[in-house]
Design a protein around this ligand. Structure first.
Ligand code: CP
Length: 302
């Protein structure tokens, strides 16, 4: 595999190899000297056409921990604003002897398009509503870390499934690793093809929480909604908002996850997000080790 474009394209064995490699890098990150020389001769460009905090910073940190040279491109403030195309932009970056491209773009399929036109390794850091493979990898890695294994676990993804690349990549990763997957949200925020993905569908959030071992809660992606969707944010919070009281009232302890950014008070109350149920900041921590593993394994295929 030369690129990581989506979880759909990789096998359960590929995912296990990424996890085992990330285990080693997690040990490194817990040492006083967190840097290894593995990518000393590699130059990586982080090319972001969309906003990001966690993904951009953790890729940059992962690259620096691996001793790669790093350049960061953000479309805002770039010559994209003067009309330069995606392909011209990336070809100009590659002309500076860059080896790998980490790209986030608002158009589904943008990294797949690039992979047919350029020679460098590409890592998809999120393409529109399509896939966000490293997020799904760090999510499943965090479940494995917390519960010992992903296989056999019941995982519900709650929220705006229709506009979420995190949901699709998580469904692929969890199913490949042997988890049972449910999605839960208002019917207007579920894709029409959802049942074809082999997931359970539940409209009642309380029933979904009672069923699951893990709840991965997503935000409502207002920036991707072309028209006014029902429900409004207030209605969403009323019917689907999760608070600590609700989690405490369940018969069993469940694991609460969120890929971030959280809209506090909408999909999650602050007391839930910051409670002992939550592994949200563990997910962020694991993002660095997972991205180190992905970059390291792709660089070894050059
Ligand atoms: N989870 C995630 O992709 O967050 P960012 O948009 O901040 O990178």
């Amino acid at each position: 595999v030369r690129h990581l474009l989506g979880i759909k394209d990789i096998t359960a064995e590929d995912i296990q190899l990424i996890f085992e490699t990330a285990d080693n890098f997690k040990d490194v990150l817990n040492r006083p000297i967190k840097k290894v020389p593995s990518l000393r001769d590699i130059t990586i460009a982080n090319v972001f056409f969309e906003n990001s905090t966690r993904t951009r910073l953790s890729f940059e940190l992962a690259e620096k921990r691996l001793s790669a040279d790093v350049i960061n491109f953000s479309s805002s403030g770039s010559s994209v604003k003067k009309g330069e195309t995606l392909l011209d932009t990336v070809n100009n970056i590659l002309a500076m002897k860059v080896d790998m491209i980490v790209m986030r773009h608002s158009s589904p399929g943008a990294p797949h398009f690039l992979s047919r036109h350029i020679d460098a390794n590409i890592v998809n850091a999120g393409d529109g509503t399509h896939e966000h493979p490293t997020q799904a990898l760090l999510d499943s890695f965090s479940i494995r870390e917390k519960l010992g294994d992903v296989a056999g676990k019941k995982v519900v993804i709650i929220g705006d499934i229709l506009h979420s690349r995190v949901a699709l990549s998580n469904i692929f990763a969890l199913q490949k690793l042997g988890a049972e997957v449910m999605v839960c949200g208002p019917v207007t925020l579920l894709p029409k093809y959802i049942k074809e993905l082999g997931v359970k569908v539940e409209l009642d959030v309380r029933k979904a929480l009672e069923w699951c071992d893990v709840a991965n809660v997503l935000r409502i992606q207002l920036e991707r909604q072309q028209m006014k969707y029902f429900p409004s944010l207030r209605e969403y919070t009323l019917y689907y908002g999760i608070d600590k009281k609700m989690l405490d009232s369940l018969d069993k302890q469940i694991v609460l996850m969120h890929p971030g950014p959280i809209n506090r008070g909408v999909e999650l109350s602050s007391d839930a997000a910051d409670s002992h149920h939550s592994i949200i900041l563990n997910q962020v921590e694991n993002g660095v080790a997972i991205r180190m593993a992905v970059l390291y394994l792709l660089a070894s295929k050059q």
